[in-house]
Design a protein around this ligand. Structure first.
Ligand SMILES: Cc1ncc(COP(=O)(O)O)c(C=O)c1O
Length: 355
């Protein structure tokens, strides 16, 4: 699959530029991004894309920051502590979601579509008014390619190649609505912007970024890998196929939780339950140290060669995080479930033995 990759060539050569443009075009096609939205490949993965947007756009009007897990909270820290903006901060604990009725969409609003570390997502974009005055800036890294994104309600959308499509780490995608571009061209932030964040030159959008003329040198190996992933995505039915695969995977875990009272979805409201980063916690009176128990289960699964990296994120409540994204085969999620039961009962037996 790499035979055609322009490795060792300049990304500014025609062949390199064509690959970068193809990545943008296929992204647009699969995600149904409107023709008047810009799509750029930017440095530093999803974090790079989000921070470019925050640093370039915010400060023109009030800001509402919305978070319900650690990545969203990271953006709150950026805006409140680093940019020092007086934002209205709306935070919900792990497992819950913020009441969007309290969010002021006449301000700029920053939120994460799918909270990767809590497994709580926005079910749809109904809470976002079509006639908002502010911009909506959405970190969609664990949602894009697995969940429907309502473009009319979103002004900035970011994601990385390594999340739902399981590609190589490195680059981020920055998608801008015409209103976001208008802001970029009419507003200059009070703070300095490093070259790596600059989206405008002399008050005009740098259009080249959005046709594949990246700000700095990209990995053409990662680009080729993303192209392979995008073509695979098309082969499984495009966005509808991808969304359906994640949904079917998550359903396996949800059904398993429904059948086993000792395993509970961290998402309190099933309507908000993630279909990619499914987070579950153990619920059993015999467990005294929840964190040690969940870690022991995860370790047991890893040792058996069954599942890797399934422990909850370090800042999240103790439990497991089962990646159910679109690249995962449903049969693999099904095969995992009896192993979770096995590991759970084995660890419960350890507790009984120690008592
Ligand atoms: C919601 C969310 N935002 C941001 C990030 C950081 O992404 P990256 O490492 O691509 O910068 C992650 C990574 O898991 C994430 O899940």
């Amino acid at each position: 699959m790499l035979a055609d990759a322009p490795l060792g060539r300049s990304h500014r050569a025609a062949v390199g530029k064509a690959k970068l443009k193809e990545a943008i075009d296929l992204t647009r096609e699969i995600l149904n991004v409107p023709a008047d939205y810009r799509i750029g490949i930017v440095p530093a993965s999803d974090t790079g894309a989000v921070e470019m947007a925050l640093w370039s756009l915010l400060g023109a009007r009030g800001v509402d920051m919305v978070a319900w897990e650690s990545f969203g909270e990271g953006w709150v820290t950026d805006v409140v502590k680093q940019l020092k903006l007086k934002a209205n901060v709306h935070v919900a604990p792990y497992g819950e979601i913020v009441d969007f009725a309290k969010v002021n969409f006449d301000n700029d609003v920053v939120f994460t579509w799918n909270g990767t570390t809590s497994g709580v997502r926005l079910p749809n974009a109904e809470v976002i008014p079509a006639d908002r005055q502010g911009l909506t800036i959405c970190d969609a890294t664990s949602a894009a390619f697995a969940m429907e994104l309502d473009w009319a309600k979103l002004d900035v959308v970011t994601f990385s190649w390594q999340k739902v499509l399981g590609g190589e780490g490195a680059h981020g995608m920055l998608i801008l609505s015409p209103r976001a571009v208008e802001r970029l061209e009419s507003y200059v932030p009070a703070w300095p912007l490093p070259k790596i964040f600059r989206l405008t030159s002399k008050g005009k959008l740098i259009e080249g970024i959005f046709v594949g003329e990246t700000i700095n040198t990209p990995s053409m190996l990662a680009v080729e890998d993303y192209l392979v992933a995008l073509k695979w995505a098309k082969s499984v039915g495009g966005l509808a196929g991808l969304v359906g695969r994640a949904q079917a995977n998550a359903q396996v875990v949800w059904d398993f939780c429904a059948a086993n009272a000792w395993l509970v979805n961290l998402a309190v409201d099933p309507a908000t339950a993630s279909t990619t980063s499914v987070c579950v916690k153990f619920n059993d009176a015999r467990i005294a140290d929840g964190e040690a128990f969940a870690k022991a289960v995860a370790k047991r699964l890893e040792k058996a060669g069954v599942a890797l990296d399934v422990g909850a994120y370090r800042d999240a409540p103790a439990g497991l995080r089962i990646w159910c994204g679109s690249t995962v085969e449903t049969s693999d999620v099904q095969a995992l479930m009896p192993w979770i039961a096995h590991a759970f009962y084995a660890e419960i037996a350890e507790i009984a033995k120690a008592a």
